[in-house]
Design a protein around this ligand. Structure first.
Ligand code: NAD
Length: 308
């Protein structure tokens, strides 16, 4: 039987996720938004690309949650995006109301689903969805590290003029100023990056990665990135639907790992059909460990604002 995947939010990220999902052909897709006509119109448009692209999965749009019933995976992209000059944290008061209301509906209609949070501020919204859904952390987590890592990999490949396929990198921590690029675990064709590039070049690329979302916002002026974010979501969905057991950075609630308890942070996880099947605890240097704790403290501040 085909899987059923719901995407909440038919904006830039949500619609692009829906298109990529439909093109995978392994799941029927439901797109939900509050603006009547938007999810229906985009879903129909995607569906009508099927005969040309060659998929025959069903894509439907809705403003209610009945059509989403018993989804296997729900991707939550509903929420406002940043405008130039805004940080992701500036979105919290608007997006917390949206994510709370959406999560309640998702849980009611798909109590066994896996939730992948995308709305920002990502770590805090993941924490809110965990709080509202009462789902175990294995079934409620967020996408940020795959995107941040992809940005870092892009810059490294550009700098060295090599294929992105050969660049492996890890970006952990929060989806914002507190993200941590683990440069000592970043390799090109298995060669540590420190053997290929001078430190100041690596530092420049790390800085660009941390500001990667802001760079796109400044260029677009009216919204934030969505092609790379939706591709990142799809890598996580692929891992779950195809039970690939991929090791990917996910925003997950730490329950004592890394000396952090009850706070969401981006760390390496094994992703398969049951969601997060393992949280991998790396041996961090004292500096990396301090940076991860700083990142968790920043998320805790947002949790306090949300009173959760
Ligand atoms: P967008 O404005 O294009 O789309 C958001 C959509 O959500 C709109 O269509 C809106 O009508 C809908 N929406 C609002 N309230 C809703 C509700 N209660 N129920 C259903 N739908 C509702 O924004 P976007 O560019 O698609 O970004 C969406 C979110 O994803 C933002 O918060 C953005 O910051 C975040 N984002 C996260 C990442 C990441 O890596 N985690 C990357 C990019 C964007």
């Amino acid at each position: 039987m085909r899987s059923k995947i719901t995407v909440v939010g038919a904006g830039n990220v949500g619609a692009t996720c829906a298109q990529r999902l439909a093109e995978r052909g392994y799941a029927d897709v439901v797109v939900v938004d509050i603006i009547d006509g938007l999810p229906q119109g985009k879903a129909l448009d995607i569906l009508e690309s099927g005969p040309v692209v060659g998929f025959d999965t069903y894509v439907v749009g809705a403003t209610t949650y009945e059509p989403t019933a018993n989804s296997d995976i729900v991707v939550i992209t509903s929420g406002v995006a940043r405008k130039p000059g805004m940080s992701r944290d500036d979105l919290i008061l608007t997006n917390m109301k949206i994510v709370q209301a959406v999560t309640e509906q998702v849980v009611k209609h798909s109590p066994k689903c896996i939730i992948i949070m995308v709305a920002n501020p990502l770590d805090a919204m993941t924490q809110l969805a965990l709080h509202v859904s009462k789902f175990p952390r294995t079934r409620c987590f967020g996408q940020s590290g795959v995107l941040d890592t992809s940005r870092f990999r892009t810059f490294i490949a550009q700098e060295l003029k090599v294929s992105v396929e050969d660049v492996q990198a890890w970006v952990l921590g929060g989806h914002g100023d507190t993200m941590i690029a683990l440069t000592r675990m970043t390799t090109v064709g298995g060669i540590p990056i420190s053997e290929l590039l001078p430190k100041d070049t690596i530092d420049r690329m790390v800085k660009r990665t941390v500001n990667g979302g802001g760079e796109i916002v400044a260029l677009l002026k009216t919204g934030s990135a969505f092609y790379a974010p939706s591709a990142a979501v799809l890598q996580m969905v692929d891992a779950i639907v195809l039970d690939k057991k991929r090791i990917l950075p996910c925003a997950v609630r730490l329950d004592g790992e890394y000396g952090i308890k009850g706070i969401v942070a981006g760390v390496p996880c094994k992703l398969g059909k049951d969601g997060i099947e393992q949280v991998i605890e790396l041996k961090l240097t004292p500096e990396e460990s301090a940076a991860l704790k700083k990142s968790a403290a920043a998320v805790k501040e947002l949790n306090d604002i949300m009173k959760i």
